[in-house]
Structure formats: structure tokens, C-alpha cells
Design a binder for this molecule. Structure first.
Ligand code: GSH
Length: 215
């Protein structure tokens, strides 16, 4: 049985955003059953956990003694068993991986800058000075993403793939702002991805682990 690590508790604003959601979603797309292993406060710093995840983060994927960390790597690994995530055609497969990496490497850091300011430092003087620039940079990056998406339903065309799973979870990090919502194309894209039944099930499962119902 596949096990994924997740936190037993996070603050309200993080519920529905914790990165085990990506893995739950991929597992739901693949139709693979799993159970969550909920970490209590401090568990992530214990040597046993650090052996599996050197940075003490969630998620960790475990199956029959095989252990993997990094949500992008885990989603790609699950994609090996799910054509909806990683198509068989080698070129399309490579492009799916390309968008996973683009989401994590070319978009998420700039999304993270703004989220970090808003969610952890909003009242600090340096954050008030830094935010406009961080937002402007992010908006420029998102405008390029929006252009790349163009009028296609998904990043590579008509088919949802692993890159869309990761990209839409990255864009959802900005749900507390109107930054994505102001771009009608990106907003519709996130809606399209997250309307998938597999996403709804994954979100419900994460929230259920916090003792909450999905809205
Ligand atoms: N690059 C990692 C990031 C994982 C990550 O940031 N996890 C957060 C929860 S969303 C976490 O465990 N934070 C606690 C910490 O960093 O100490 C991945 O995508 O798996």
C-alpha cells in the first residue's frame, strides 16, 4: 500500500494548500489507493523522517520500501503508472515533464515570494516595501505563462497532463489574492484543472485529515 506523509495540523490558511495535495491528486488520477501518515509537530525533525526527507518537509511517498521525496518527482513517478499524467508518446511525455519543471522552477519561486510576504510577514516594514516589486515580477512571469497557454485548454494542448497538475497547484497558492483571477485565461485554466473529480477527491481527503469538510 502506498503511504504519503502529511501534517496532522497546519494553520487555517494552509489547509487545502499543503503539497501532499499534489501527490494525493496524482494518486487519484492514477486510481491508486493510498493512506496518509500524519506527522505530529516535531516528527519531521526526527532522524528517521530526515532519512526519507532531508529537509523535513511533506510529502514523502513510500511503497514497499521504496521512498521518494519532492512533490514534482513523486507526481512524475506516479505518472509512470498513469497515462493521464504522462502520455506514452515519448515527445509528449518529455513535454509533460518540461511543464512540471517549469511550474516548480520558473513559476513557483515567484509565487512563493508573494505568498511568503502575504502569509508570514504582511505587517513587517520590509515586506510592505518589497511586495510591489515582487508582485510586478510575478505578474510579468504569469503574463508569459498566459501567452504560452494561449487559447489551449491545457499547457500542451487538449490533454491534461502532470504539468497541468503541478502548474495549477502552484497558481492556487495565490488564491488569497486576485493576481491569477485578474487574468481571465489563467483563472479559467485553474478552474478547468481543479474541476477534475480526482482533484476534488484529493482536496477532500487532505481537508478530512484536518478534520474538515471540503467546501
Ligand atoms: N519542494 C518541496 C517543498 C515541500 C514543502 O514546502 N512542504 C511544506 C508544506 S507545503 C513543508 O513541509 N514545510 C515545512 C518545512 O519546510 O519545514 C516539494 O515540492 O515537495
Amino acid at each position: 500500500m502506498i503511504t504519503i506523509s502529511a501534517f496532522r495540523w497546519v494553520p487555517e490558511f494552509a489547509r487545502g494548500q499543503v503539497r501532499d495535495l499534489r501527490v494525493r491528486w496524482a494518486l487519484e488520477e492514477a486510481g491508486l489507493p493510498y493512506r496518509s501518515r500524519l506527522l505530529e509537530q516535531g516528527d519531521q525533525d526526527k532522524p528517521k523522517y530526515r532519512q526519507m526527507q532531508p529537509f523535513g518537509q511533506v510529502p514523502v511517498f513510500e511503497e514497499d520500501g521504496f521512498v521518494l521525496f519532492e512533490s514534482g518527482a513523486i507526481v512524475l513517478h506516479i505518472g509512470e503508472r498513469c497515462e493521464a499524467l504522462l502520455p506514452r508518446d515519448p515527445d509528449a511525455r518529455a513535454r509533460a515533464a518540461q511543464w512540471v519543471i517549469a511550474a516548480l522552477n520558473s513559476v513557483e519561486p515567484y509565487v512563493g515570494n508573494v505568498a511568503d510576504i502575504d502569509l508570514f510577514h504582511a505587517d513587517e516594514a520590509w515586506a510592505k516595501l518589497r511586495r510591489p516589486d515582487a508582485v510586478q515580477f510575478l505578474e510579468r512571469r504569469l503574463a508569459k505563462l498566459s501567452n504560452a497557454l494561449s487559447d489551449k485548454p491545457f499547457l500542451d494542448g487538449d490533454r491534461f497532463m502532470a504539468g497541468d497538475l503541478i502548474m495549477s497547484t502552484v497558481l492556487r497558492i495565490l488564491d488569497h489574492t486576485d493576481i491569477v483571477k485578474r487574468d481571465a485565461r489563467l483563472a479559467a485554466y485553474v478552474e478547468r484543472c481543479t474541476a477534475r473529480p480526482a482533484f476534488r477527491r484529493a482536496l477532500s481527503a487532505q481537508l478530512a485529515d484536518f478534520g474538515q469538510d471540503a467546501a
